[in-house]
Structure formats: structure tokens, C-alpha cells
Design a protein around this ligand. Structure first.
Ligand code: F6R
Length: 240
């Protein structure tokens, strides 16, 4: 795994945007695998700036997002679809019909997971997949467990996650209890992976991943099976 340690969040955002932009410049119809969460917000802002400056073009780009709550309406301001529209898609010249987020309003979650997996596979996987990392080493909604799931699937949110997210909803009862998420194999099918981590609270997960071994207790450690992964992190995430 290649590691790029930056001074701060701003540098991490610029560096990671540059890596994504390089893929877009080499392949104007690239498939971008995207993540939500607070870590990539700065990177999306940088990409939008580059697009406005005419340095990169989203016209022929296709995107596939990692995950979405289930069930949730795309209009709900807590949905990952809403997040992506707000942070990137509404700010760049992308064709929205080529932006893909698992459908949180699909009538049958299992069928939607199957459809999404088949779709990502039909594209041949992402040309570059952007990932954040959870404090516990999760990637997408693949949480530490005895076993990990290779394909896109419906997963139940832990009580902890529901409690943590309750502040964003009217009440804990409004937090979706499930999510649709790419599986470990879906993520690893990307040709290139960039994982972004900032802040000292990510240090333990980053350190576990950088040991170079694989454990289901830290799903991000499975990125060690891939031969083109770049970690872009700040000093706090790297050093603790
Ligand atoms: C987001 C996702 C999550 C986040 C992770 C880190 O699509 O799948 O795994 O990447 O929870 O979130 P932040 O960046 O908010 O610390």
C-alpha cells in the first residue's frame, strides 16, 4: 500500500482530488467509485473547483457510490443520494443519469442489492474507488465481524451506529435500521483504490490496516489484498 502523509485536512483534500483527477484526465469516461461521510467533502470541493476551472470534465463520467441507508427516500436530507447531489453532482457538469447510488427507496432491498452488484460488475468495477475509514476499521457499511460479505448486500446497522446517527434525524426511531452496501469483493474489484483518513481518532484503524495483514476485525485491512491502493492521510491519522 502506498502511503501519502499530508500536513492537514486541506492538503489531504487537494492530494486526493489530484489522484482522482489524474484518472479522469487519462480516461474521460472513467467509472468513479465514490464515498460519503465528512472526510471526502473537501476532496469533492476541490474536484468541483477543478471542473469550474476547466481542468477536468465530468461529461462522460459514470459514478457508483458505496452505500445508502435502507429504507430512505432520496429526497431525505440524510440520504447518501442527497449528500452526493449537494457535495458534488449539483456542482459539476455530470450527467445525473450516469450517477448511481443504491436505491434506498427500492421496494425490495435484497433485489436492489443484487441489481446493484450486477450493475457494478457489468461496468467491470470502478476505475478508481474512493473510501473513507471508520474508527473501527469499517469500509462502506462492512463492519468488523466474524465474517465479511463479498457482494453488495443489505446489512443491519448496529445499535451504536443508530445512536450515533440519531442526532441527524428527528428522533432515533427515524434512523433507518438497515443499509445497502457494496461488499468486500465489490470494493476490491476496483482497478485502483484511494482511502482517505484524517484525525487522530482514525489512527488505530489506520495502524491496523498498515500492519499489512488481513483480519475481519478490521475490514479495511483486506485492502492489503489489492495491489494498487493509496492511503492519503494527515499526520494525526498516521501518528496518532
Ligand atoms: C461512506 C462510508 C463510510 C465512511 C466512514 C468514515 O459512504 O461508506 O464507511 O467512509 O464511516 O466516515 P467519515 O468520513 O464521516 O469519518
Amino acid at each position: 500500500m502506498k502511503v501519502i502523509v499530508c500536513k492537514n485536512y486541506e492538503e489531504v483534500s487537494k492530494e486526493s482530488a489530484k489522484i482522482v483527477a489524474d484518472v479522469m484526465k487519462k480516461k474521460p469516461n472513467a467509472i468513479l467509485g465514490l464515498a460519503t461521510g465528512s472526510t471526502p467533502e473537501g476532496m469533492y470541493a476541490e474536484l468541483a473547483k477543478m471542473n469550474a476551472a476547466g481542468e477536468i470534465d465530468f461529461k462522460d463520467i459514470t459514478t457508483v457510490n458505496l452505500d445508502e441507508y435502507y429504507p430512505i427516500s432520496p429526497d431525505n436530507d440524510q440520504s447518501y443520494r442527497y449528500f452526493m447531489n449537494k457535495n458534488l453532482f449539483d456542482k459539476v457538469n455530470i450527467d445525473k443519469s450516469r450517477t448511481n447510488v443504491p436505491k434506498g427507496d427500492a421496494p425490495d432491498g435484497e433485489k436492489e442489492a443484487e441489481r446493484y452488484e450486477a450493475y457494478v460488475r457489468s461496468l467491470g468495477g470502478a476505475d478508481i474507488q474512493v473510501l473513507g475509514i471508520g474508527r473501527n476499521g469499517h469500509i462502506a457499511f462492512n463492519e468488523p465481524d466474524e465474517e465479511l460479505v463479498p457482494v453488495t448486500h443489505v446489512t443491519s446497522l448496529t445499535e451504536d451506529t443508530i445512536d450515533a446517527n440519531a442526532r441527524f434525524f428527528a428522533s432515533a426511531a427515524d434512523v433507518p435500521t438497515k443499509a445497502l452496501t457494496m461488499g468486500m469483493g465489490t470494493i476490491l474489484s476496483a482497478k485502483k483504490i484511494i482511502i482517505i483518513a484524517t484525525g487522530a481518532n482514525k489512527h488505530d484503524a489506520v495502524a491496523q490496516m498498515l500492519k499489512g495483514t488481513c483480519t475481519t476485525k478490521c475490514p479495511a485491512s483486506f485492502l492489503n489484498l489489492h495491489d494498487d491502493v493509496v492511503l492519503v492521510c494527515d499526520e494525526a491519522a498516521y501518528n496518532g
